[in-house]
Ligand binder design. Structure first.
Ligand SMILES: [Zn+2]
Length: 185
C-alpha cells in the first residue's frame, strides 16, 4: 500500500479529515494488513513505549486513542488504552479498549506471570522490540532468546535490513514531526 496515495485523499476545507467515519476509514487504510491474529500494526511513528502516534486535530496523539474515539468510544476520565493482544503497535479497533490504571497494571502482572520461564509467545518482533534491539548493548543471542525469535531475525532488525521504518533517535523517539492527517514513516 502506498501511503502517498492514501494521504492524497480529499480532505475537508481546513485540510483536516472531514468527518468521523471518513477519519476512521483513513486510519484503518494506512494500518498494515492483519497479521493473522487480527492485529493491525501502525506503520508510522511510535512513542518510546511503542504506541503509535499520529497528527489529529492539530495535536500529536496516540493512534489507539484516536481509533477508540473514532469508533464511538470516547476516553473516560483517566482512561488508559489497553490491548487485548498485548501489542502496543496494534491499532485494530477490535483489540482496543479503555481501562483504568489499576486494570492496566493487573494485566501487566498477569502477563508477567504467564510468560515467566517460557518463550515469548510472540514469534515476531514488534517495533518496541526493534528499538530495544537497536539501543541495547545485549548480545544478539540474549535478545533472540528474550523475544523468542532466531538470531538472523535479531541481526537483520539491528542492522536495518528489516524494520527500516523504525527509527531511534537519542530520546528514543523517531524525531519526526507529524503534520495533521499525515503518517510519519
Ligand atoms: Zn492486536
Amino acid at each position: 500500500m502506498s501511503f502517498t496515495s492514501v494521504a492524497q485523499r480529499p480532505r475537508g476545507e481546513h485540510g483536516h479529515i472531514a468527518n468521523t467515519s471518513e477519519a476512521l476509514d483513513w486510519v484503518l487504510a494506512v494500518i498494515a494488513e492483519e497479521n493473522g491474529s487480527g492485529c493491525r500494526d501502525w506503520p508510522g511513528c511510535c512513542n518510546p513505549k511503542g504506541y503509535g502516534q499520529m497528527g489529529h486535530e492539530g495535536r500529536i496523539r496516540q493512534v489507539g486513542h484516536v481509533v477508540l474515539e473514532l469508533s464511538g468510544r470516547p476516553r473516560p476520565r483517566e482512561g488508559q488504552q489497553l490491548h487485548s493482544c498485548d501489542r502496543p503497535t496494534c491499532a485494530a479497533p477490535w483489540h482496543l479498549h479503555w481501562g483504568t490504571n489499576l486494570e492496566n497494571r493487573a494485566e501487566s502482572v498477569k502477563r508477567g506471570r504467564t510468560s515467566k520461564g517460557e518463550h515469548h509467545p510472540q514469534a515476531k518482533l514488534t517495533e518496541t522490540a526493534v528499538r530495544e534491539i537497536r539501543t541495547s548493548s545485549a548480545t544478539l543471542a540474549t535478545l533472540a532468546e528474550k523475544f523468542g525469535v532466531g538470531l538472523p531475525t535479531v541481526q537483520k532488525a539491528r542492522v536495518g535490513d528489516t524494520w527500516r521504518h523504525v527509527r531511534v533517535d537519542e530520546s528514543g523517539t523517531c524525531g519526526v514531526v507529524i503534520e495533521d492527517g499525515q503518517v510519519a514513516s
